[in-house]
Design a protein around this ligand. Structure first.
Ligand SMILES: Cc1ncc(COP(=O)(O)O)c(C=O)c1O
Length: 474
């Protein structure tokens, strides 16, 4: 399509009630639906469209993302986007579009496209290390036993035996002291974040989120109607001196292994976070997602376990130690809030699968869970070493790796890269699911990559280092 024709399809009003992303998305969408744009037709690249329309490239990328998510257009790395083949005549099909909420539209816009599957994906444990046989045994027993009404609607907050064993494990390994009544079992951290947001904040309230930080925490809080503000991260983790706590209802932190930098927050900084939160009457949300894996130094008890910790909501998950797909996480309620958290969890319907809970309870009670973590830790530690030495060997000073204190990913700063988006796209096209470091920031992004090593082999590491060197040279 000629550039002038393309720009006439969409009329953008900078002052309009809709964002430019939504205007552009709707403009192209209706052109496809009334056949002004036809199947297979090429659209301008995001760079060309941005120049034609006088908007930012991110705006075009976000609108294209929405159209891809709806199946309206198709995008392949290195090629122009094309209009998809649609069955426009089908009743109730795309010709009769359903109206989506602003929140759904916002949820569908990733800041940038990226691979979710592929080699070296950040934060991904290795499914091949899952103890399938042992798990099969406990799961079979769980399926055969009656679960005290939880096979119906009882114990929505979690099976009593799992809450009991979690209270014991979290005391031994994370220093937390609480009763099984203070714990709620959920389908993972994201569900826990939604429950925490709905329990402690109202739409329109503000939340401080680490920057760089966990993108899904930001997305979940935004889906709960919260305004997210940056809590800058430095070499000691989240730095409360660099943020304004006064309006923050919630403060999201990952003290045991900052995500994605891998920094373990020292005790002095933990105390500073708690003091800032106390001063502003904010509630701290501690995401302790992969404290099991320690590569440097000694582990530190959870933030919520510090004396006078005050209002800290503690979140844990079996995603890294077992599998993300198990969908099991837990919330330890700050004093006086357990019944509110249970009520919200029930309203939102965010309960975990009963057989998986019973299986996990037995797996933990037998000691198999800790034994499993010990066994997989050494495999992950070796893989970290493989990736670090391949990258430093191939790239030397061209890459600034921060060796993580824990966790399953590491960050690489790339001083010679001005925009890590195109580099990440090229690496994704090569089959590496690494992400752009800049995407994890709410403010002042740095350019680099976030690289997972959970499934890394020597071959992956060598090929990745070669691909990165090649793209940096080109
Ligand atoms: C910072 C952080 N927290 C928690 C999780 C686990 O989330 P879930 O339990 O929803 O799978 C992840 C997974 O990547 C993570 O990166």
């Amino acid at each position: 399509m000629e550039p002038a024709i393309f720009s006439s399809l969409v009329r953008l009003k900078p002052e309009g009630p809709d964002t430019l992303v939504v205007q552009l998305y709707r403009g192209i969408r209706s052109a496809v639906l009334d056949r002004r744009l036809i199947a297979g037709e090429a659209l301008p690249s995001s760079r060309a469209a941005a120049a034609l329309l006088g908007v930012g490239r991110n705006t075009v990328n976000a609108a294209y993302d929405l159209l891809v998510a709806e199946g309206m257009i198709e995008v392949r790395p290195g090629a122009q986007p094309r209009v998809a083949t649609l069955d426009l005549g089908k009743p109730g099909g795309v010709a009769d579009p359903i109206r989506l909420s602003e929140r759904a539209l916002a949820a569908m816009v990733p800041r940038r496209r990226g691979l979710s599957e592929g080699r070296l994906a950040p934060g991904s444990p290795d499914p091949a290390l899952f103890p399938a046989d042992a798990w099969g045994g406990v799961l079979r027993r769980a399926a055969r036993h009656r679960q005290d009404g939880a096979e119906g609607y009882a114990h929505f907050e979690g099976l009593p035996e799992l809450r009991k064993v979690l209270a014991d494990q979290l005391h031994r390994h994370r220093g937390l002291v609480f009763t099984p009544d203070d714990i709620v079992v959920t389908p993972g951290t994201q569900a826990s974040l939604m429950i925490a947001a709905a329990t402690f904040a109202d739409p329109g309230d503000s939340a401080l989120i680490e920057s760089p930080g966990y993108i899904s925490a930001r997305a979940t809080f935004q889906a709960a109607g919260l305004n997210c503000m940056a809590l800058p991260v430095d070499a000691q983790g989240a730095n409360p001196a660099l943020a304004d706590f006064s309006n923050a209802r919630l403060v999201y932190v990952t003290p045991s292994t900052q995500y994605p930098t891998g920094v373990r927050m020292p005790v002095s900084r933990r105390l500073a976070v708690l003091e800032a939160a106390r001063g502003a009457d904010s509630i701290v949300v501690e995401d302790d997602y992969d404290s099991e894996f320690l590569w440097e130094g000694r582990g530190i008890a959870a933030l919520a376990a510090l004396p006078d910790a005050g209002h800290v909501v503690y979140l844990g998950s079996a995603a890294k130690s077992l599998l993300p797909g198990l969908r099991i996480g837990w919330i330890v309620a700050p004093q006086g809030s357990a019944s509110a958290i249970r009520a919200v969890q029930r309203r939102l319907g965010l309960a975990a699968n009963v057989h998986a809970q019973a299986a996990l309870a037995e797996f933990m009670a037998q000691g198999a869970y800790r034994a499993h973590i010990g066994a997989i830790s050494s495999a992950y530690h070796d893989r970290l070493g493989i990736v670090v030495s391949a990258l430093t060997g191939a790239l030397g000073d061209r890459i600034k790796l921060s060796r993580p204190d824990g966790g399953l990913q590491l960050t690489a700063l790339l001083p010679e890269v001005a925009d890590d988006g195109p580099l990440r796209e090229s690496l994704n096209a090569d089959g590496f699911a690494v992400s752009s470091l800049s995407d994890y920031f709410l403010d002042r992004p740095e350019q680099g990559l976030v690289i997972g090593f959970g499934t890394a082999t020597s071959r992956d590491a060598r090929r990745f280092a070669e691909a990165l060197a090649r793209h940096l040279d080109s």
